[in-house]
Design a protein around this ligand. Structure first.
Ligand code: ADP
Ligand code: MG
Length: 561
């Protein structure tokens, strides 16, 4: 039998489920699962990650041929459930085309909304809904997204201006308005017209009018986006293999931009930076898709939805709690309200800080949702390092001036007065000063001075230099190999980033990023709270390994114990 490439979902049924994320991607697997547990989700289908690999092996035409019958059948299924027809003028079905890999790669690949519109369909949509502004707003967004993503209108360089944005600015100027939502129907029509001219000029092609032609273009663009520069870079950073591929999700559109009883938002079931219990998120009334994150208008905190649309809020909270209980972890969700009707568009286990991870794991144990053993496995060991070192006060850091960048040799944040010899550093420390030791490079004689310092900055040496290795051993912040520094150790002076520093002047170092700041930036001690201790106690119960440490000095030995 031929292998299955397309998995449908909708109306409480799904061919996929949560544990099929390798095949369906995280988004597709969870869209299926949400259907199975009775969460309202617009119907759609997922094309598997395996087809992404086939796309790169066989090319576009062959893949379209392989998918054609299944995709047409799956579209017919959506048409049935939505009681509308793809490409029809009077009763059109519009869809979104969304990427979704195994591991979440937020914002790394491209999404297209409102697909299925053309000059006739937009008029039909306008008649059907009685909302011409909504119809034309959707159309102009579609032409823009499709032009950018599928037809390659988006400039490769981020610094270059998107031709569509340029047109929008021009039209707003001509109209004397400031905000996108002040544009009227006639202006939106004008935008679409000029967008299409720009497409023709730049690509030599007409904007596609056939719904299926649009759909195939968009599906293949999602596969292509797997290999775009952003995505490749992100995978490299996160260690995600290129072979995994992305799935494609095609889903009936629901509209948050239908007026004052519509809206869209994103929310977490708990606070992702602190882990505190309670819903946390934002929404916008009368908006679509990315508007919330795009920063065009200021979103409202999610709790205000209770006043705007109380029924929706109640339902939203019930479903959010249901999802958290089902996945037994903090959820990061996307939702849209169309004319007072709530839909979920995505859920996933939310990304969180190390501090939040501890808080959430402990709370979930207390709430009886997970076992202590599971709690331990929920903590990324690497992230705990964040908690064991001082950090800069985020407010104070905003005002800090970066004067140089070198290697992040040993984590933590440090601020203090500059001293150029280990002896001077030690003496200043004994006088109660906070000290940053600045050396061409360190040597074993410097140990005591290094110990007395909040942080160490060296001009030479890499991540394995003496300074770096010793500093890591001591748990002291170190930034190494700052070749931009012009130092005169005899005169006790150095220059960096256009500033001159003498003995006793303040600098600050971030050993986690390698950044060097001018002045005395406030730091905060590592807060190893009760949660950390609890997790560690649990870890002790379940661990199978013994821990040994390497200590060179009496202090090291004491630390190790
Ligand atoms: P990303 O992976 O970058 O979050 P998404 O595919 O989730 O991209 O979609 C981007 C935005 O578009 C999200 O806000 C999502 O909720 C919205 N969106 C996607 N599909 C639909 C749809 N069928 N109806 C309404 N909004 C949608
Ligand atoms: Mg999303």
């Amino acid at each position: 039998m031929d292998k299955k490439r397309v998995y449908t979902f909708g109306n409480g049924q799904a061919e996929g489920k949560a544990d099929m994320r390798n095949l369906l991607g995280g988004k597709g697997a969870n869209l299926a699962e949400m259907n199975l547990i009775g969460v309202p989700v617009p119907p759609g289908f997922t094309i598997t990650t395996e087809v992404c690999s086939e796309y790169y092996e066989l090319g576009k035409d062959k893949v379209v041929e392989l998918l054609k019958a299944d995709v047409e059948k799956a579209i017919a299924n959506i048409e049935n459930l939505m009681n509308s027809k793809f490409g029809d003028v009077e009763n059109p079905l519009l869809v979104s085309v969304r990427s979704g890999a195994r591991a979440s790669m937020p914002g790394m690949m491209d999404t297209i909304l409102n697909l299925g519109l053309n000059d006739e369909v937009v008029e039909g949509l306008s008649r059907k809904t009685g909302r011409p502004r909504f119809a034309w707003d959707s159309y102009r967004r579609f032409v823009q997204m499709y032009g950018d993503v599928v037809l390659g209108m988006k400039p490769v360089n981020k610094e270059d201006i998107d031709p569509f944005e340029e047109i929008i600015e021009k039209v707003k100027e001509e109209k004397g308005v400031k905000l996108d939502n002040e544009l009227e129907v006639e202006d939106l029509k004008e935008l679409v017209k000029r967008f299409k001219v720009a497409v023709k000029e730049q690509t030599g092609q007409d904007f596609p009018t056939c719904a299926y032609e649009q759909l195939w273009g968009a599906i293949c663009a999602v596969f292509r986006s797997w290999m775009n520069e952003r995505a490749i870079l992100y995978r490299k950073m996160e260690g995600i293999p290129a072979e995994w591929g992305t799935a494609v999700n095609v889903q009936a559109m629901v509209f948050g931009n239908m007026g004052e009883t519509s809206g869209t938002g994103v929310a977490f079931t708990r606070n992702p930076s602190t882990g505190a219990k309670g819903i946390y998120g934002e929404y916008l009334i009368n908006a679509q898709g990315e508007d919330v994150v795009a920063g065009i208008r200021t979103p409202q905190p999610i709790t205000k939805l209770e006043q705007d649309l109380p029924e929706c809020y109640k339902q939203f909270m019930e479903i959010a709690m249901k999802l958290e209980a089902h996945y037994r972890d903090m959820q990061d969700m996307e939702f849209t309200i169309e004319n007072g009707k709530l839909f979920f568009l995505q859920t996933r286990n939310g990304k969180r800080t190390a501090q939040a991870a501890l808080q959430i794991a402990c709370d979930l144990v207390d709430e009886g949702m997970i076992t202590p053993q599971e709690a331990v496995t929920r903590i990324e060991a690497k992230s705990l390092d964040q908690l064991l070192h001082p950090t800069f006060d985020p407010e104070a850091l905003k005002a800090g001036e970066v004067i140089g960048q070198a290697l992040p040799a040993s984590p933590g944040a440090a601020a203090g007065k500059v001293y150029f010899t280990a002896e001077d550093a030690k003496q200043a420390h004994e006088q109660g000063e906070r000290v940053v030791l600045v050396r061409l490079e360190t040597s074993p004689e410097d140990i005591e001075g290094m110990h007395a310092s909040e942080g160490i900055l060296t001009v030479r040496g890499g991540m394995t230099s003496h300074a770096a290795v010793v500093a890591r051993g001591m748990g002291t912040c170190c930034v190494s190999g700052c070749g931009d520094i012009a130092i005169n150790e005899d005169d006790k002076v150095f220059e960096l980033g256009g500033h001159t520093f003498h003995e006793g002047d303040y600098i600050s170092l971030d050993g986690s990023t390698g950044k060097i700041y001018k002045g005395d930036i406030k730091t905060m001690e590592a807060s190893v709270s009760g949660n950390f201790g609890r997790i560690m106690d649990w870890a002790d119960q379940y661990r199978k390994l013994q821990v040994r440490t390497n200590a060179d000095t009496p202090q090291d030995a004491a630390n190790a114990v």
